[in-house]
Write a protein that binds this ligand. Structure first.
Ligand code: GLC
Length: 548
């Protein structure tokens, strides 16, 4: 735990020495789509193990695996029917141990997805619970009777659309499901549920996992009265149905932070583990999940970059500064461009702007989380209607929010199915373009993959990038410039998010450490650098710089 007496204001704090989760890039793997070693079209744990050398070559220090547990797949693994096992399609517990050992041998940590808010409706806990109030597990879920007119207990809506309640006979009551009806919400107000989830964590921590990414951490506590959610005053007829109500009572309830501490307590029973939390809330409320005493998530995920609209320097600078300002003292920041719930960054920005976005992610202060395949510049997939064997539950109510577009197989080679599998994969590959493969890009020094790899390795060996302080610098329009200070040396980063060339002032004696593409020309005796459109550079300064 951080000693707050050693910490100045947040931006000026350099952890010494940084923990592994502060220093390293976390790489998210969607196991179903990484590498199929068994020939069934579905990625698996031995497949991840086989690709350990790739991960080590890329330079990532940790992987976060989306759920690997037995699941009927109402929400592809986020509906768990056994928390302490591996889904046979992904392998066995022995396969898990072997994968963990191999990754650890390569110096790569493993973070599992923990889904404590809801189980599968086929989990034995729920099967027992639904037998009614006499069941010892009845109160493990959220059951309520109909309102007098026979309607559901309140107006809450599922994140996937439609009511958040389903009626079951027996017990002649409704159960709450914040997501799919196959994902009943566990009742976190029941201490037995909390203890059961702590035991789940210990099961995996005892096996040697390095931490958890906690799914929907901000949902564990709800209004105890289950009061209706208010209507969003900004919503108008024809607006997206999922924004009609404000989720004031169905999320981030009065015990949310207490429950985050319950989870963190288990993490702290073990040395050197990490707790990452999924918290999709406005920044001020999201950073509160670090905990007042930094005793909740080490890193509540920061989704600020996923919400950018224009990707102009003018939009990004205040977002970064505001987040830095809001972080509690001593809390460690983190950034991501997307995950398995978002369209891919290359499709959101277009290929010409992706490199500068990657450079932003890997040079800001804080741990970056990387989404598999983004290092190749993979685009979103397009599935002709009616061609998939299964669909994303979110897409069943909102086709425009289909998350499968960004969950397609990793593209390893130009062979059939991009070398992911020998048979038809569970989802088609996003692109048949042979240049969007590891095999091709590894050999090409100008590829996105080679660039990303250089960026990751540069970040790893440059203390200023890994853990230095952050300070915005002024620059010409459309250029985001900032300094990362560290006692061992300072770097400056200049990112041109605009479509025209821009001159930035540089320290004449500085040295370019990395550029998104062909290094820019310097002029005026080395004091000006002309950045091309969408070009980014990292420069080591000769001057000592200013600490945050
Ligand atoms: C999280 C996951 C998402 C899942 C949901 C329900 O938001 O990232 O994929 O559908 O939780 O578990």
């Amino acid at each position: 735990m951080v000693n707050l007496d050693d910490v100045g204001r947040s931006g000026a704090w350099v952890p010494d020495p940084p923990a592994w989760w502060q220093r390293e890039v976390i790489y998210q793997i969607y196991p179903r789509s990484f590498f199929d070693s068994s020939g069934d079209g579905i990625g698996d744990l031995p497949g991840i193990r086989e690709r350990a050398d790739y991960l080590a070559w890329l330079g990532v220090g940790a992987v976060w695996l989306a759920p690997i547990y037995p699941s009927p797949d109402a929400d592809l693994g986020y509906d768990i029917s056994d928390y302490v096992n591996v889904d046979p399609r992904f392998g066995t517990l022995d396969d898990f141990d072997a994968m963990l050992t191999t990754l650890h041998e390569r110096g790569i940590r493993v973070i599992l997805d923990l889904v404590p808010n809801h189980s599968s409706d086929q989990h034995p806990w729920f099967v027992e619970s639904r037998s009614g109030p006499g069941s010892p597990k009845y109160d493990w879920y959220v059951w309520r009777s109909s309102r007098p007119d026979g309607s559901p207990p309140n107006n809450w809506e599922s994140y996937f659309g439609g009511p958040a309640w389903d009626y079951v006979e027996p017990p002649g009551q409704w159960y709450l499901h914040s997501f799919d009806r196959g994902q009943p919400d566990l009742n976190w107000d029941n201490p037995e549920v909390r203890e059961a989830m702590q035991d789940v964590m210990r099961f995996w921590l005892d096996r040697g996992v390095d931490g958890f990414r906690v799914d929907v951490l901000w949902l564990l506590s709800k209004d105890p009265e289950l009061a209706d959610n208010p209507v969003n005053p900004e919503w108008g007829e024809g607006g997206p149905p999922w924004l009609r109500l404000l989720r004031a009572n169905s999320e981030d309830g009065p015990r949310a932070h207490e429950y985050a501490r319950v989870l963190r307590g288990v993490i702290d029973e073990y040395p050197d583990r990490v707790m990452v939390g999924e918290v999709v809330l406005p920044p001020a409320r999201a950073v509160a999940f670090h905990g007042e005493r930094l005793d909740e998530a080490h890193m509540p995920h920061n989704f600020a970059l996923t919400e950018l609209r224009t990707w102009s320097a003018e939009e990004i600078r205040p977002v970064v500064e505001e987040y830095e300002r809001q972080l509690p003292r001593g809390a460690w920041p983190n950034w991501l461009l997307g995950d398995h719930d978002f369209p891919r960054i290359a499709s959101r920005l277009g290929p010409e702007r992706t490199r500068v976005a990657h450079m932003l992610l890997l040079t800001l202060r804080g741990t970056p989380t990387w989404y598999y395949g983004d290092e190749l510049g993979l685009p979103d997939a397009h599935f002709p209607p009616g061609t998939l064997a299964m669909i994303d539950p979110q897409a069943s109510t909102s086709p425009e929010r289909d998350r499968f577009i960004a969950r397609t197989p990793m593209q390893w080679s130009a062979g059939p199915h991009a070398g992911f599998s020998e048979v038809e994969p569970w989802l088609p590959v996003a692109s048949d373009d042979g240049s969007l493969t590891v095999e091709r890009q590894r050999e090409d020094p100008d590829s996105v993959l080679s660039f990303v790899r250089s960026l990751i390795h540069l970040r790893r060996r440059t203390p200023a990038l890994a853990s230095g302080t952050y300070r915005s610098l002024s620059g010409p329009p459309s250029v985001l410039s900032f300094e990362r200070w560290h006692p061992d040396g300072t770097v400056r980063v200049h990112l041109n998010f605009g479509a025209t060339s821009q001159d930035v002032e540089v320290d004449g004696a500085g040295r370019i450490l990395l550029s998104t593409n062909e290094p820019p020309e310097t002029r005026a005796g080395g004091h000006t650098m002309r950045l091309r459109p969408y070009q980014g550079v990292i420069v080591r300064t000769a001057a000592p710089g200013t600490p945050g």
